[in-house]
Structures are given as structure tokens and as C-alpha cells.
Design a protein around this ligand. Sequence first.
Ligand SMILES: Cc1ncc(COP(=O)(O)O)c(C=O)c1O
Length: 393
Amino acid sequence: MPALQNKNYFNYGGQGPLPTESLKAITRSWQRIQELGPFTNNVWPYITKEVISTKNLLSEICSIHPNRIAFTENVTSGCVLPLLGLPFYEGDHLLISDCEHPGIVAACKELARKKNLRIGILPVLQLCYGDDKKNETYKTILKLIDENLKKNTKLVVLSHLLWNTGQIMPIELIARKIKEHSSKPYLLVDAAQSFCHIPIKGACDMADIYAFTGHKWAYGPEGLGAVALSSRVLEESNPTLIGWKSLKAEEGIYVNNKNPFHSDGRRFEIATSCVPLLAGLKNSLIMLHNQGNETERFLKIKNLSAILWEKLNQIKNIKLVLDSPPPSGIISFSIDGINSSEEVVKHLGQKNLWIRELEDPKWLRACVHITTDLTEIDNLVFALNNFIATEIS
Ligand SMILES: Cc1ncc(COP(=O)(O)O)c(C=O)c1O
């Protein structure tokens, strides 16, 4: 992976590196499309095969039928396109966690403004406990859900893995609880940080909208994601951004055709997209699979994050967000006595070490993945120690 050759990389939650073999697969696919087409009868079977094989692979990873999957460009469109087509009525209540990504929050707020809906906040940012307190954390989350669901709650929006604290949400348990609630809210899960990072099978099946991307933890190219949809969403959500891909057939669209849309995931696909990216994502997913199943890989990530957490915990000025080793590969922290997180990121960047700052709360975030090695962890710890020793008196 060229991106990992010349730096110490901890920004998997922002964007993962693309393996050379995946880049080659993209180029090969692009070349094949030119040789066969680009717009000829000869190229269609090739494109169909690429689409079907990638959907089948995703359906195996998600453990759901491929008909429930729609390709998207990114996580946000996977969340927003099916969301905007759901039936909401004036006064309905939307429950959104306080750890959602700004783009998703903005989309929910705009939806609420247009349709006159109420928004309530599910306070999960406060759950700053490590992996050893998983059972208590899950109990608290379920209690919080109970306390915050209202008679007219129609939607719950919650990430599977919180991008700021690194806490895992028990989506299967939450989905069960929500299903028992009288107003039967939809469950929208932002899976930006969970896909190819933690086990997702049950959560993906139980959520109504489970949206992910290839370009973070899956080592895929940017510009290709997917969303898994429940049969309820496929029945009840109308396509919102409509194009030829959403249609069962292109002919007859002018005549009285009450339901021209696909009834499967394709109703949320729009129009021309970049086919070669499918080959890149497929290659990365197969490479990941060859490194172990999702549980084996997750254990490796957790071991690495426990090592980094323990080492950071030894540094006096560092305040870790979670109180014991984390449940995932995301480690957030702040540094007492610094002027801004930005200066830390800049300083580390000059040493070829890449972590990111978070805006709200103002934390620093380092992510470890199966490609992280112990030397990288040591380099980060050493650089942070040096920074603190020289910049903070
Ligand atoms: C939790 C979460 N949701 C959504 C996004 C946005 O992702 P995308 O650009 O693929 O829509 C991110 C990106 O960092 C994220 O971390």
C-alpha cells in the first residue's frame, strides 16, 4: 500500500489506504471497458457481471440478500436517499444521537424543517467507558433509548460505531427494543466506522437503513459505498433522487405507469456511476477476507488499540476519552496545556505521523487497523511525548 510506505498512518476512520492490487484492478477494469465498449453491446455483460459479483460479495459480508443492497457514492447518500423517501407526518418525532456526523444531522434537521417534525437528542457521547464495561454500557444505552423514545417517535438515528468516542452501539439489541415500541420507528444506522472494522452481520440485518462506504476501513477506493435496506424500507420509502437506474424499465415512462421503480435496492440507485471502482472494492474486500474473518480481524484491531491506549495512558498530559482500553480501533484523547489540537496534528504531520483533530468535542483521534504495526504505535507515542516535553512547560 503506497500510502503506508512513507508515513505512520492513523487516519483509517477518515480514509483507508488503497492497496496497489486494488488500484491495478481498477485500472484493468477501466481498460477492459474501453476495449469492449465503452458504449457497445459487448460491454454490458461485463458491467452486469461486475455489478452482480460486487453486490453478492457485499451481501455475504452483510449476511443479507443482495436485493436489499443499493450502491451509493458514500455513507451520507446511503443514509439520506432512503431517509428522505420515508413517510413522515407533521409533529412526528425523530430521535438522533449526539454523536452523529454533521452531514446526517443537517439532513435530518432540513427534513424536520420541511415536514414540521420534532427532533430529540439521544445522549450517547457521555458513554466514555472502555471495553471491560461493555455490559453496563449496553444496559445504559438501552435505558437511554427507553427514556427518549416518545409515543410519536418515527425514526432513530444512531451510528454503529461512534466516530468520536469509538464506542460500539448494540444495534441488534436496540433494533429489538425499537420494534417493540408502539410507534414502530425506523432505525437508521450510520455504518461509516463499523464496516470492515467490527462484526456487522446481525446489525446490518436488523437495521432499516445501514449505510457504509468502501473508502474507510475496507481499504476501497473513494466514490463507492452501499446501503443495506430492510424489506420495510423497500416497501415504504419512495425513491428521492430519481434516475434511469431506479426504473424497472426505461420504455413506457410517458404512459400511465403508477409504479415504475425497482422494488429492490436499485430504487435508490440513480444513474451512470464509475464501474471500475467495483473491481477495486472487490479486490480490497477479498484481501481483507484473506487476513481472517471479521471476528479475527476485529480481535487483532482491539489488541493493537489496547496497546496504544495503555501507552498513551502513561503520558501525563494526555487525557484519554475512554476510561479503559477501547472496544474498537478508534482512540480519542485530548492534551492538557496545549493551545489547539490543530497544532498537534501539524507537528505530528511534520514528523510524518498522521492523526486527526475532531471539531466537536475538540479531541484528537488515532485509529489502528490490521495494517498498523507496533513500530508505528511506538513512533506516535514517542512523538507525542516529545511534543509534550518541548511545547508544554
Ligand atoms: C460517522 C460518519 N458518518 C458519515 C461520514 C461521511 O462519510 P461519507 O463522506 O462517505 O459520506 C463520516 C466520515 O468521516 C463518518 O465518520
